[in-house]
Design a protein around this ligand. Sequence first.
Ligand code: DX5
Ligand code: ZN
Length: 221
Amino acid sequence: MIVAPSLLAANFGRLARETERVDCSGADWLHLDIMDGHFVPNISFGPDVVRALRPLTRVFFDVHLMCSKPEILLEPFARAGASQISVHVELGDAVTQPLWKIKSLGKKVGLVVNPPTGIAMVQPYLQKIDFLLVMTVNPGFGGQSFIHETLPKIQQAAAWRRERKLGYHIGVDGGIDLRTAAECARAGADAFISGTALFRQRSLRAAVAKMRKIVQNAQTS
Ligand code: DX5
Ligand code: ZN
C-alpha cells in the first residue's frame, strides 16, 4: 500500500521544510501536481522546483502532469528527479507517445483518468503502465469533495488487474481523507494521494500512520 501526501496542500512559502516533513513522515511517495493553466484552470510549479527539492529526501517522486503538452515536459521532469510520471488519458491518441517516452527515460509509467471520463478509455494501455490514477475530483485544485460516482471505476480497474494478472497500482486522488480512503480501499485502490487531509494535520507522521492503519483495516474487513 502506498500513502502519498500531495505537495499542493503544503505551505508554498516553505516548500523545503514541507518536503523534509514528508521525508520524516513514513510516507511512501511525494505526489507532485503539475498544472499548466490550460489542461486545468490553475498553475502550480515546474521542474526547477522539483529539482530543488530532490536533494532533500529519498522519497519516491510521483509527478502528476495536468498538462496539454506533456511531451515537452517529460525530459525536464525526468532530469529533475521524478521517479514516476503520469499523463492523462483525456489527451486521446496523443497519450501513446508519452507513455513510451516515460518508459524509455527509465521512469515508472502512470496514466490518469478524470471523473467524467469512462474507465474503458484506459483499457488499451493497461499492459504498458505501472500506475493507474483514478481522479476522485475534477483536477485543478486541492480541498475539493470526493466524488462517490468514481468508486465503480476503481472496482473495474481492480477487476481487470486481477483477471489479466497485471501489477499496476490503482491510485485515488482528490478528497481523500480517512473515510474516503477506506471506501476506495474496499473498492480495490492501493495508492492513496492526499493533500489537505494529511498536510493540515499537526503531525504528518501520525496522519500518514493513521491512514495506513485505516486502509489496512478496510482491506481485511
Ligand atoms: C487535484 C490534484 C490533487 C490534489 C488533491 O487536481 O491532482 O493531487 O492535490 O488534494 P486534496 O487531497 O486536498 O483533494
Ligand atoms: Zn494529483
